[in-house]
Design a protein around this ligand. Structure first.
Ligand code: PXG
Length: 456
C-alpha cells in the first residue's frame, strides 16, 4: 500500500515543519526521511512500497507486532463509549480500574499501586517526585538525591534526561540538581583481568561508594534499567543485581527499576527484574504496556511505599490530564490479555526466544566483526570487535555500527546501532520464519559491512 502523495512531497512538508529526534535536522532534510505507511506483524511498508522486517519493535514497543484487530477494536469501542474522563475531581472509571486489576495480577505480589502517565519519560518524572515525597512523609526530606548510571536512558524530558547518563544530553540543557551517576556494568569494555563475576561486584560497589560519598541520609533512590536498552543493550554480569539490592537495603535507598524496555515479556519473564532476580521498590513502565498502539506509561509502587503515601501522606499535589486515559487503558487491557492468553510471554521464554538466541549464536559466533553476543528472550546485541579474545574494540566502532545499520535498511531489515553494538528487539509474536528473515538479512548487512571495512 502506498498513499496518493509522492514521497518527496511528504518529505518537503516534513522538513518544513519538524525537528526530529536525535538527528542533525539539516542533514536529514537533505537526505529525506523514510515515510512509513503500513505495518503487519513484524513488517513495515514505506510510501514507495519497500518492505522492511522491523527488528526493533518500532522503538522497543510493538510487542504484539503491527496490525492487531483486537487492540483496534478495544480503542474504537472505548472511543464510542467514553473517549475521555480523568482521575481528578474525586472520579475514576472502569477501564483504569480493570487495567490495574489485570496488571497487578501479572506483577509480583508486593506491588499494589500505580500512577499512570503517557510515556516513559513522564513515568520517571513522576518517580522523582514520588520518591522524594515518600521520604518527606517519613520525616526525611533531606533524602532527595537520585543516583543513576552513566549511559543509562530514562527519557528525554528534563528530569528524565538528568536521571539518564547520556552526557551529550546533559550538555544540551539536560541537568538538574540532586542527581548523581555511577558507571554502567559494561564488561566487554573492561580492560583489566577481572572475571565477569568480579567485574559485576566491582561495578555494583560503586553504588556503595557513591552513597557513602553523598551520605546515605541524602540519597533517596537508585534508578537503573535491568539491562541497558538505548545505551547499547548491556547485560550486567549475574553478580551485579544481587549486590546492588544488598547495598540499597543496607543504606535504606529505594531501588527503582526502569522497566520501560524490559517490561511486558521482552526477556521471557513479564518483567526484566524477574529475569535478573531482584525486587525493586518501584517500576517505571510504558512502551509494551500498550504495545505502542497508544501512548501510556506509569509508575508502579510497592505496597510498602504506597502504604506510607496513602496512610500518612495526605494530599500528593500531583496529577496529569491523561493519567489512566480510558482509551489507552482499554488498549492496554486488550494488549495484556493477548500477551497472557495467547501465551506470548511464555513462548518467548520456552520457544521463540531460545530460537532467536540460538540462531544468533550459530550464525554470528564466528563472524569477523562480532566479539560477543548478549541477550535473552527477544532482545539481543552483537558486540562488534576487532579481536574477540582480547575484547579489543574497533577504534571507529560507531562508524562501523552505523554503516551496518544503514546497509540493513537497504537489505530490508531494521536493526539499531549503539556504540559498536548492533541491537535487535523484534516483536514477541515473531514466527520462526520471521526470525530467520531477521537473522538472514542481518547477516547480509554484517557481511557487506565486513567487506567494506576489509574484514571479509
Ligand atoms: N526509560 C527507558 C528505559 C527507555 O528506554 C524511556 C524511559 C522514555 O520513554 P518515552 O516513552 O518517554 O520515550 C525510554 C525510551 C532507542 C530509543 O533508540 C529508546 C527509547 C526511546 C526512543 C529511542 O533505543 N527509550
Amino acid at each position: 500500500m502506498t498513499t496518493s502523495r509522492e514521497t518527496r512531497d511528504y518529505q518537503a512538508a516534513d522538513a518544513a515543519h519538524h525537528i526530529h529526534a536525535f538527528v542533525d535536522q539539516k542533514a536529514l532534510n537533505d537526505e529525506g526521511p523514510r515515510v512509513m505507511v503500513r505495518g503487519d506483524r513484524l513488517h513495515l511498508w514505506d510510501n514507495d512500497g519497500r518492505r522492511y522486517l522491523d527488528g526493533m519493535s518500532g522503538l522497543w514497543c510493538t510487542n504484539l507486532g503491527y496490525g492487531r484487530k483486537d487492540l483496534n477494536a478495544a480503542a474504537s469501542r472505548q472511543l464510542e463509549q467514553l473517549p475521555y474522563y480523568n482521575m481528578f475531581f474525586h472520579t475514576t472509571h472502569p477501564q483504569v480500574i480493570e487495567l490495574s486489576e489485570l496488571l497487578f495480577s501479572l506483577l509480583p505480589g508486593h506491588y499494589s499501586h500505580a500512577i499512570y502517565t503517557n510515556s516513559g519519560s513522564e513515568a520517571n518524572e513522576v518517580l522523582i517526585r514520588t520518591v522524594r515525597r515518600y521520604w518527606q512523609v517519613l520525616g526525611k526530606p533531606e533524602k532527595k538525591i537520585m543516583i543513576g548510571r552513566w549511559n543509562g536512558y530514562h527519557g528525554s524530558t528534563l528530569a528524565a534526561t538528568a536521571l539518564g547518563g547520556m552526557k551529550f544530553m546533559h550538555e544540551m540543557g539536560g541537568m538538574i540538581p540532586d542527581i548523581a551517576h555511577i558507571d554502567e556494568p559494561y564488561f566487554f569494555a573492561h580492560e583489566g583481568n577481572l572475571t565477569p563475576a568480579e567485574f559485576g561486584l566491582r561495578a555494583a560497589r560503586q553504588l556503595e561508594a557513591k552513597i557513602l560519598e553523598l551520605g546515605a541520609d541524602k540519597v533517596a533512590g537508585f534508578i537503573a534499567e535491568p539491562f541497558q536498552g538505548a545505551g547499547g543493550m548491556i547485560f550486567p554480569p549475574e553478580s551485579y543485581w544481587p549486590e546492588i539490592q544488598r547495598i540499597c537495603r543496607k543504606y535504606d535507598v529505594l531501588l527503582c527499576a526502569d522497566e520501560v524496555i524490559g517490561g511486558f515479556g521482552r526477556t521471557g519473564e513479564w518483567f526484566a527484574h524477574e529475569y535478573f532476580g531482584f525486587e525493586p521498590d518501584t517500576l517505571s513502565i510504558a512502551k509494551g504496556l500498550t504495545s505502542g498502539y497508544i501512548p501510556m506509561g506509569g509508575l508502579i509502587l510497592s505496597k510498602k511505599m504506597a502504604d506510607v503515601l496513602v496512610e500518612q501522606g495526605g494530599v500528593f499535589a500531583h496529577g496529569l490530564t491523561y493519567s489512566g486515559h480510558p482509551v489507552a487503558a482499554a488498549v492496554a487491557i486488550a494488549n495484556l490479555k493477548a500477551l497472557r492468553d495467547e501465551g506470548v510471554v511464555t513462548r518467548v521464554k520456552d520457544d521463540i526466544g531460545p530460537y532467536l538466541q540460538q540462531c544468533l549464536r550459530e550464525v554470528f559466533g564466528n563472524h569477523p566483526l562480532v566479539g560477543d553476543i548478549q541477550g535473552t528472550g527477544m532482545v539481543a546485541a552483537l558486540q562488534l570487535a576487532e579481536d574477540k579474545a582480547t575484547r579489543k574494540r574497533f577504534a571507529n566502532e560507531n562508524d562501523i555500527a552505523w554503516r551496518c545499520r544503514t546497509i540493513g535498511f537497504e537489505e530490508g531489515v531494521i536493526i539499531r546501532s549503539t556504540l559498536g553494538r548492533m541491537i535487535m528487539a523484534p516483536a514477541l509474536i515473531a514466527s520462526r520464519e520471521e526470525i530467520d528473515e531477521l537473522v538472514g538479512k542481518t547477516l547480509k548487512a554484517l557481511d557487506r559491512t565486513a567487506q567494506e571495512y576489509g574484514r571479509l
